[in-house]
Design a protein around this ligand. Sequence first.
Ligand code: PHE
Length: 343
Amino acid sequence: MLDQIAQLRAEIDRADLHTREQVDAFRNQFLARKGRIADLFDGLREVPAADRRAVGAALNELKNAAQARHDARREELDAEPAVATGPAPDFTLPPVPHTLGSRHPLTLVQEQMVAIFQRIGFSVATGPEIEDDWHNFSALNFPPDHPAREMQDTFFLEAEPGQEPKLLRTHTSTVQVRLMETQAPPIRAVMPGRVYRNEAISARAHQLFHQIEGLYVDRNVSFADLKQTILYFLREFFGADVQMRMRPSYFPFTEPSAEVDVSCPICGGPGCNICKYTGWVEVLGCGMVDPEVLRASGIDPEQYSGFAFGIGIERTTMGKFTVKDLRLFTENDVRFLRQFESL
Ligand code: PHE
């Protein structure tokens, strides 16, 4: 028995323990419950009683030595940083190309719209998103008790002491006022930008969206000019086959006012869930600039007239590309955004 122990001891001391696999195999072979050291312990029963104590002590020493070797090596291996296995990298291979981002569909559509109006002589104007009551409401002929001023529509900012509160503009018509205050007619401009309304976010409404406003002020500007300008825009944007219809409407800053529908760009007329089975989709509001608005901005309504229109960029983009949920525009999911890459 002592010979067997010495032999096993020699094997244990010689065993290769370079890799984790070897350390595991070592544990299984020698230290496990059914391993070779345990086998020798089982044989202890047959050892004559007189020798049993000495053999038992030698066995215990063998077991402790094996355990100590195993534990020390395992500890070393655990402390080593993990090393990638597998073939070494081949630095001569061509690199993985960086993927390019794509421009946001709303940016692309806005640029398309601006370009369409630039072709007929409109310039581009912008204005601040933080506005005062005058440019967002009063100069645009909103009566003091108009519901659009109420808290549920407008985000008001905390007022500086002694000053009236500023607000986030609820439409780009603010830029209309700023232009008329600073420029003499003729004025012919489109005004794209972000607008804010305090609404519950849903598939069809958001607190942040985009509009492009148009304004034309000159002598003898008529409703016919407005209608032809809108028709030109819709044909350029949706295609030559598009049909339009005007419905009488109301805006405080235009008189008369109209809302414009286009034949549904998805189904072309028979009805689908985008046009709610009416065959028509509303795309913009427009009208002749109210003489009160011209006067408030320092333009003589006896000499000049003008038209204005406001297009919802999200809404037209949704109609043109069958986007069913407005929230997709702000979620930044590349699977959605990439679909517009080729525009
Ligand atoms: N400002 C209006 C809105 O936000 C749109 C509009 C602009 C209507 C210009 C008529 C003329 O709803």
